[in-house]
Design a protein around this ligand. Structure first.
Ligand code: CUA
Length: 617
C-alpha cells in the first residue's frame, strides 16, 4: 500500500502485453539439429552426451509434476526416457491405483488434483532420497515413498486453504513442507462475504505441514493468518537463512475483478518472510484462534513472525541460494531479477527499517535489503543454482534461460527455449550442494517440435548441458500436461526395493498358502482370500449371494522381480494390480449373474489362462 519502487526499470503493463504477443507469434529460432553441415559435429557431441546405450542406466532421476493430470512422471536423465508414472491425486488403471480399498480411501471424494511442485525430502539441505512431496490445488499435500514409488499419504484438504499453490517446498531437514493459499476467501470455509468485502474479510493463510522424521507421516504443524494476497511460490531458507521460509505474493492491491489489470497497479508486490521456528514455538504454546477446527496464529499479535520484502510486481518464484545468503525474486513483468541480501534483511528487521505495514505485518524497505538488480532479461520467473556460484533464471517473455553469477551479478550467457519456459530445474539445483551438469527447461508450448498429434499438443522439456561456460541445448523431450516444477536427483541416492518381502507384509488378510484361500461369511459380509501366482488365481471360482458386500483380498505370493498380477472383474468397474509380495483388497456389492475375473498383467506364457468365475446367486 505504501510501496513505490525506485531505481528499477519496470516495463509498463501495455509494453509487456505487446512483448508477450510478439513472443507467442514469433518465437526465437532454435538449433536445427543435423540438417546443416556445420552443425553436425555439435549435434553429434550433444547426442553422445545424452545417449544412454541399451542396458545402461541413466545417472539422474527427473521427477516432474503432472499438473492437472494429478500424477508425477518419472524420467531418466540424460536420456529423457519416461520410465514410470506415479499416480497421486488421480486414479490410474495401469497400476490399479484408485480402485483398491486403500487408495480409494486415500483419494476420498476427490478423484482429481492439480499437482504443481514436487519436493524431495532433504537432510542437511540436500536430497536424501526418502520421500517426494507434492501439492494439489485442492488444499492437499501428498507423500510418495521412494522405497516403492507409491503414494502413501494424502493430507487434507487442509482447513482454511483455498488453492494450495505455494507448496510443497520443504525445510532443510524436512521438518515441514509448506502450504500457501493462492486464493483468499472468508474463513472458515463456508463463511460468506460479498466480493466488495474482499480487502478486509477475505484472508490468506500459510501453513506448515509437519513431517515425522522417521515415518514421513504428515500432520498440520501451524497456520498463520495472512492479508488477502495470492501466495504463489515458496522456498525454505537454508544455512545462513535456515529457520525462515519465503512465499511470493501478488495482488497486494487487494483488487478484485480483472486482476490482469487491477492487480498491476503498484510497482511492487511482496515476498513474505516467515520465521517457521517461531511459528513452531507459538503452535507448541497453543497460540492462535480456533478457525475451521485448527489454531490460526495472527502475526499482528506476534511481532517477528512475518515480514514483507517488497519485490518486483507480480513475482512468481522465490529461490534461496545454496549458501542461504541470497533470496532471489523477480517481478514477472520486469527485465531484472532482484537478489536480496539475507544479512541486510536481518539488519532491517532488527532496526525496524520499515516503510509501513499490511494488517500489522511490517514491510521492509526495498532499498535497504536488496543487493542487486540483475538484468537477466524479460519475464524472469524462477531461478536454480549450479555448484560454482552461477544461477540460472527462466525468462518467460524472452523464452530463454539466463546464466548469471552470484556476487558479481554479471549475466554471462543465454540459451533460447522452445518455447516460453516456465519452471526450470537443475540437478540438486535448489539444495545446498547443486551438482551442475544438467538443467531442464520446462516449457509451456511445443509449437510442433514433434510429430503432429493434432490440436492437443504435449509440453516440451529441453535438456541443457551446463558443464561448460556456454550452456548447450542437447535434447528435446515431451511431457504430458503439465510439468510445473520438477526435481533432479542423483539416481544412486535412491534405494528402491524390487519386491515386497513376505516378512514385511503385515496386511491382516495376507495369505501365502493356497490352503488358506477361500470364502468366509459373516452375515451379508463375505471375505474372499485369494492368491495370485503364475498363472492361477486360487480360488479359480467362488459363489456369493446377490446383495452381499464382498471383499476380495488378493495376495501376490511371487517374490520375483517384475512378476505382477492384475485382477479385473468385468462389469464392476474394478481393476487392481498387485506387486510381488503385496496384498490389496477391493470391496463391492454383488449383483446376480456370472462374472469372469482375469489377470491384466502379462505374467507368463499362460497369462491368458489366468482367469476365474464369480457366481452370484
Ligand atoms: Cu498373472 Cu497374467
Amino acid at each position: 500500500m505504501k510501496m513505490r519502487g525506485k531505481g528499477t526499470v519496470l516495463a509498463t503493463a501495455a509494453g509487456i502485453v505487446a512483448l508477450g504477443l510478439l513472443a507467442g507469434r514469433c518465437a526465437p529460432s532454435a538449433p536445427k539439429g543435423a540438417k546443416k553441415g556445420a552443425a553436425v559435429s555439435d549435434t553429434a557431441a550433444a547426442a553422445m552426451k545424452v545417449y544412454v546405450a541399451p542396458g545402461d542406466l541413466d545417472e539422474y532421476y527427473l521427477f516432474a509434476s503432472g499438473g492437472h493430470s494429478g500424477q508425477v512422471y518419472v524420467y531418466g536423465l540424460p536420456s529423457g526416457r519416461h520410465i514410470s508414472t506415479i499416480p497421486v491425486f488421480t486414479p490410474y488403471p495401469a497400476t490399479g491405483y484408485g480402485f483398491d480399498d486403500e487408495s480409494r480411501k486415500m483419494l476420498g471424494n476427490l478423484t482429481w488434483g492439480d499437482a504443481h511442485h514436487p519436493a524431495l525430502s532433504e537432510t542437511a539441505g540436500d536430497y536424501d532420497g526418502r520421500w517426494l512431496f507434492i501439492n494439489d490445488m485442492n488444499a492437499r499435500v501428498a507423500r510418495i515413498d521412494l522405497r516403492d514409488f507409491k503414494t502413501k499419504q494424502i493430507l487434507g484438504p487442509i482447513p482454511n486453504v483455498s488453492g494450495n499453490h505455494a507448496s510443497s517446498f520443504v525445510t532443510p531437514n524436512t521438518e515441514y513442507a509448506v502450504v500457501g493459499s493462492r486464493f483468499s476467501i472468508p474463513i472458515p470455509k463456508g463463511t460468506v462475504a460479498g466480493i466488495d468485502k474482499y480487502a478486509t474479510e477475505y484472508k490468506g493463510v500459510v501453513t506448515g505441514v509437519k513431517i515425522d522424521p522417521k515415518t514421513g507421516e504428515m500432520s498440520i504443524g501451524w497456520q498463520i493468518l495472512m492479508p488477502p494476497f495470492d501466495y504463489d511460490l515458496g522456498d525454505a531458507g537454508k544455512l545462513a537463512s535456515d529457520g525462515f521460509v519465503f512465499f511470493t505474493s501478488y495482488n497486494t492491491e487487494r483488487a478484485t475483478g480483472k486482476l490482469e489489470v487491477t492487480s498491476a497497479q503498484k510497482d511492487r508486490d511482496y515476498i513474505a518472510a516467515v520465521d517457521w521456528k517461531m511459528a513452531e514455538q507459538l503452535a507448541a504454546k497453543g497460540e492462535g484462534q480456533m478457525i475451521g477446527g485448527i489454531k490460526v496464529i495472527d502475526p499482528a499479535k506476534n511481532p517477528g513472525l512475518v515480514y514483507f520484502m517488497p519485490c518486483g510486481k507480480s513475482p512468481h518464484g522465490v529461490d534461496v541460494s545454496p549458501d542461504g545468503k541470497y533470496v532471489v525474486g523477480s517481478g514477472k513483468l520486469q527485465g531484472v531479477t532482484t537478489a536480496f541480501n539475507w544479512e541486510k534483511v536481518q539488519t532491517a528487521m532488527r532496526n525496524k527499517d520499515f516503510t509501513g505495514d499490511e494488517d500489522g505485518i511490517p514491510v521492509l524497505k526495498y532499498e535497504s535489503i536488496k543487493d542487486a538488480e540483475v538484468p537477466v532479461g524479460l519475464g524472469p520467473l524462477h531461478t536454480q543454482f549450479g555448484p560454482d556460484g552461477f544461477a540460472y533464471t527462466s525468462l518467460f517473455v524472452d523464452s530463454a534461460i539466463a546464466k548469471w553469477k552470484l556476487g558479481t551479478w554479471e549475466v554471462v550467457d543465454k540459451v533460447p527455449m522452445s518455447y516460453s519456459i516456465g519452471h526450470l530445474t537443475a540437478a540438486h539445483g535448489d539444495t545446498v550442494k547443486p551438482h551442475g551438469k544438467w538443467l531442464v527447461g520446462l516449457n509451456k508450448l511445443s509449437h510442433g517440435r514433434h510429430l503432429n498429434v493434432g490440436p492437443s499438443q504435449p509440453e516440451s522439456s529441453q535438456l541443457v548441458d551446463i558443464t561448460e561456460e556456454k550452456m548447450k541445448l542437447t535434447l528435446d523431450f515431451f511431457t504430458e500436461p503439465e510439468p510445473h516444477y520438477a526435481q533432479i536427483v542423483k539416481a544412486d541416492i535412491l534405494k528402491p526395493i524390487e519386491v515386497y518381502a513376505k516378512e514385511e507384509n503385515k496386511h491382516p488378510h495376507a495369505i501365502w498358502d493356497v490352503k488358506d484361500a477361500g470364502v468366509t461369511r459373516s452375515g451379508s459380509k463375505v471375505l474372499v482370500k485369494m492368491i495370485a501366482v503364475r498363472s492361477t488365481f486360487t480360488p479359480t471360482d467362488f459363489e456369493v449371494k446377490a446383495g452381499d458386500e464382498v471383499t476380495i483380498a488378493l495376495t501376490n505370493i511371487e517374490q520375483t522381480t517384475d512378476e505382477l498380477h492384475g485382477l479385473a472383474i468385468l462389469d464392476y468397474n474394478l481393476n487392481i494390480v498387485v506387486d510381488p509380495g503385496e496384498t490389496k483388497t477391493i470391496t463391492f456389492k454383488a449383483k446376480q449373474g456370472v462374472y469372469p475375473y482375469y489377470c491384466t498383467n502379462f505374467c507368463s506364457a499362460l497369462h491368458q489362462e489366468m482367469q476365474g468365475y464369480m457366481i452370484v446367486r
